[in-house]
Design a protein around this ligand. Sequence first.
Ligand code: URA
Length: 242
Amino acid sequence: MKKQMRLDKYLAQMSIGTRSQVKQMVRKGQVCVNGTVVKKPEYKVDPDQDQVVADGVKTQYVHEEYIMLNKPSGVVSATKDPREKTVLDLIDGQKRKDLFPAGRLDKDTEGLLLLTSDGELAHRLLSPKKHVDKTYYARIQGRVTNEDVKVFLKGLDIGDEKPALPAVLQVLIEGEISEILITIQEGRFHQVKRMFKAVDKKVVYLKRISMGSLVLDETLMPGQYRNLTEEEIQRLKEEQNE
Ligand code: URA
């Protein structure tokens, strides 16, 4: 299928200017498509086929980026930070300037983080209305029991206005340090840590292993990343449309 997009959107995505700046440029006749001046910002271009020249400079379309990062502990989930190392600092050869982390993991949390330039997909993945499942592996100081499993399933008061939505807790190892898997549907601040705090236990290690259909590639060591496959991208997009 031929993928077409508005000329002003194309120019803005290629960082030629803000959406309103590029609209002005187009209206003033400063943009050519395949050798012809186009004055309509809504004009449709095929980013792979059409030759777009803005102010005499040839442009080349760079497609959306979708990167799976195994976030290491010690970096913050932000695009920039005055003091801390960010997840974007880990990415060499970033193609799109508008790459950003879709959601946040705490500085000391490891695991799956999607970095993308696709604002629409990120918005849908993170929307509280969508209830996208997020599964974490954690080590917990204290015995996690079947009682906790029941309490988590009911929806736990973690000190917010509303209780947390029901979460599925699976105890892998019950001991002084327990090992668990937990699936939550929200992304509240420090949510997993606060849920365990509410039952008088402490998360000592936390790693996200999946988000919707996207599962952390276990061959990625902390700090390593790879592009999503076409199949992973399609699956994420499709499940968001359901
Ligand atoms: N819950 C937390 O407490 N921290 C995270 O980083 C993610 C979920």
